[in-house]
Design a protein around this ligand. Structure first.
Ligand SMILES: N[C@H](CCC[C@H](N)C(=O)O)C(=O)O
Length: 276
């Protein structure tokens, strides 16, 4: 399944004990495996309708996945894990229990979802940055390979570093710079790195992402949230923005306080059986 091109393999892991990190690496390989940005598990929960665990393509576990949580609810409906007629589904994640509202087409199929993503963490322990007022920025420009960035760091349960730039993001050497930022010593848990062009007075923000543990992805849900929050903190956007990613558009709302709301598509590509 994929959310705006951010594709994962989804597994009903109820009652299964496996080496999930190793399985994520094997399944994510686009030549020797299924091919994906990682692996997402549906698991039972004591305090929600179900629990999500997500693993990046390198086997590392992410605290939250905004595109993944939408697809997981659709997967849970299709596989009888959660009653398909529910109009609200609670999902336990490492970033808290989050509220997912399925969006259905007239045929009742799920085509997307609206997710309450929790509050942004602006002085996140996983992104220790010099603090300038509310705005969590790195006071000293971060010098990377001849570039000097002013980053706004936001955690959505997982760490993000956002750089707004005038240079068109499509021309930025993200493949070269992305891994240097991801592994920069400033980020003890590594970091997801977003580059963004603010367009249309902040109503649209063109964004590309180098994801922690997966590299360049077509979209990143938590990254889209971090971009809108960072833009609003920097006075570059209002309460709502369309985040235009290579794989599609995601909509993010954050009025400066409270939960971030993410809305985006869901798609199933194919089903399969994993044969040992
Ligand atoms: N790579 C991320 C996890 C996946 C996030 C992204 N795919 C999303 O949709 O939020 C991390 O290690 O924090």
């Amino acid at each position: 399944m994929h959310g705006a091109g951010n594709d994962y393999v989804y597994v009903d892991a109820r009652g299964q004990e496996r080496d999930w990190p190793a399985l994520s690496v094997a399944m994510s390989d686009r030549h020797l495996g299924v091919g994906s940005d990682g692996l997402i598990l549906a698991l039972p929960s004591e305090k929600a309708d179900l629990r999500m665990r997500m693993f990046n393509a390198d086997g590392s576990e992410g605290e939250m996945c905004g595109n993944g949580i939408r697809c997981l609810v659709s997967f849970a409906f299709d596989n009888g894990i959660v009653a398909a007629e529910k109009s609200q589904v609670l999902v336990e994640t490492m970033a808290g229990v989050l509220d997912v509202t399925p969006l259905r087409d007239d045929g009742q199929g799920m085509v997307g979802a609206r997710v309450l993503m929790g509050e942004p963490r602006l002085n996140p322990p996983d992104v220790p940055v010099a603090i300038e007022g509310m705005d969590a920025v790195i006071d000293e420009p971060l010098k990377v390979a001849g570039h000097s960035f002013r980053m706004t760091c936001v955690s959505m349960g997982n760490p993000h570093a956002v750089v707004f730039m005038d240079e068109p993001v499509d021309e930025f050497p993200l493949t070269e710079i992305g891994p240097i930022v991801e592994h920069h010593p400033l980020f003890p848990a590594r970091v997801n790195f977003e580059i963004a062009n603010v367009l249309d007075g902040g109503r649209t923000i063109r964004t590309r992402v180098w994801e922690r543990g997966s590299g360049i992805t077509m979209a990143c849900g938590t990254g889209a949230c971090a971009v809108q929050v960072a833009a609003r903190l920097n006075g570059l956007a209002g309460d709502r923005a369309t985040i235009a990613l290579p794989g599609g558009d995601l909509t993010v709302e954050w009025p400066g306080e409270g939960e971030v709301v993410l809305e985006g598509p869901v798609a199933t590509v194919f089903d399969g059986e994993w044969v040992e």
